[in-house]
Design a protein around this ligand. Structure first.
Ligand SMILES: C[S@@+](CC[C@H](N)C(=O)[O-])C[C@H]1O[C@@H](n2cnc3c(N)ncnc32)[C@H](O)[C@@H]1O
Length: 251
């Protein structure tokens, strides 16, 4: 209850036409300029490296990689080190300012930097065998269009890594700082499944994170090809991320 009161709720109320301006204002501006430093101080960037190097999310055989909401390249930098030299990389972000920062930080000419909205990815169906999306989907008023788009561009047999803010005390504080929302773990799982994505495995940065249930929702998703992603059920009145019964988070 307290968490619900404290959480930043603006993003849930914004119409889809306006949320883009909201995100661009935050990330093109001073907050975006300190994002890379904040990720280092909060240990998020090194912890993602640990996850990828330790192959908890295995990218070693991947050839076609999309990093959605690349930000300052906090995940991209680790992917560039872990994946074969001949792989293709796309760094995708709504904020032109963040893409510029990522390009400067990466000092690597392999990624192609593309600006756009993850709810309308400018790629053909099944284009990527690996998609990463770290701390981005909490910026959408509703996760379903973004989840469906990632499912659409994922090739059969491919995997998606999502990291997102959970509705814990730490999560609601993050939501206030970065003007984003949080997700309840069970509801978010329901939203993924509703979008045709299978919840393959839940990940944790470390045993300590797992024990204290800290660090946010980290999940590997695959395509649920039995319930093919058609986009036909966009008429769903409310996203499962907001409508399934409240399952109190364990922290
Ligand atoms: C907190 S940063 C995450 C950066 C990085 N992925 C990481 O793991 O730290 C969120 C990024 O998502 C981008 N973003 C937010 N909404 C987006 C959308 N609808 N489409 C594409 N990028 C978006 C923002 O511009 C920002 O760069």
């Amino acid at each position: 209850m307290l968490r619900r009161l404290v959480e930043f709720k603006g993003i849930r109320r914004l119409p889809f036409e306006q949320y883009r301006d909201h995100v661009q204002q935050i990330y093109d501006g001073p907050a975006g300029a300190v994002l890379a430093l904040a990720s280092l101080i909060s240990l998020h960037e090194p912890l993602i490296g640990h996850l990828i190097r330790g192959r908890k999310f295995d990218v070693s055989q991947r050839k076609s990689i999309l990093d959605v909401g690349s930000g300052a390249g906090q995940i991209l930098g680790h992917l560039l080190k872990a994946v074969d030299i001949d792989a293709n990389f796309i760094a995708f972000d709504l904020s032109q300012g963040m893409l510029k920062r990522a390009r400067t930080r990466m000092k690597d000419d392999r990624p192609t930097f593309i600006s756009g909205d993850m709810m309308q990815l400018p790629f053909a169906d099944g284009s990527f065998d690996c998609i990463t999306c770290g701390w981005v989907i909490e910026h959408l008023p509703d996760p379903i269009p973004g989840l469906k788009e990632m499912g659409r561009v994922l090739a059969p047999g491919g995997s998606i890594l999502i990291l997102t803010t959970e509705d814990t005390i730490a999560g609601v504080m993050t939501s206030r700082t970065w003007k984003c929302r949080t997700y309840n773990r069970k509801r978010f799982q329901a939203a993924c499944e509703h979008s045709g994505l299978q919840w393959k495995s839940e990940l944790w940065f470390s045993k300590i994170h797992r024990f204290f249930r800290m660090g946010g929702i980290l999940v590997e998703l695959t395509r649920d090809d039995i319930n093919a992603i058609t986009g036909e059920d966009d008429s769903t009145p409310t996203s499962p991320a907001d409508s399934t019964p409240d399952m109190a988070s364990s922290r």
